[in-house]
Design a protein around this ligand. Sequence first.
Ligand SMILES: [Zn+2]
Length: 134
Amino acid sequence: MLADNLDIGVQLSGRSQEPDQIIIHTPDLCQDCGALLSNSLPTASTRQQVFDISDGRVKVTEHRVEAKLCAKCGTRTKAAFPASVRAPVQVSPEQKVWTEPLAKLLLQIKRRVAATRQQQEAELTQRAIHCSIR
Ligand SMILES: [Zn+2]
């Protein structure tokens, strides 16, 4: 059963093992003291993928966000994902234009099927009670 707040069509089930493009976001300056981090090696990396199907084939762009330790003050600074990249796996904002209405329609159909099934079960139960009373 789908939850009412489930953003279906926007969240996908899994990551691609072979993204078409990898974009690395790295912090330039320490968030605490402002020192340059260009000589620091990344300590961690988080990734999120965007799926796009606009040209007829699936194109996967992986965004990797790095964290670095400041050599001067020891503060850990993490770069940010672009504002449009908000989930571990998602479709591109352009795709949402047509996937969201479809996802809402699918949700409505599933709710209607569930309601009809519930009504049929209630009617069958009523008939069974009616037959056993006779
Ligand atoms: Zn620092």
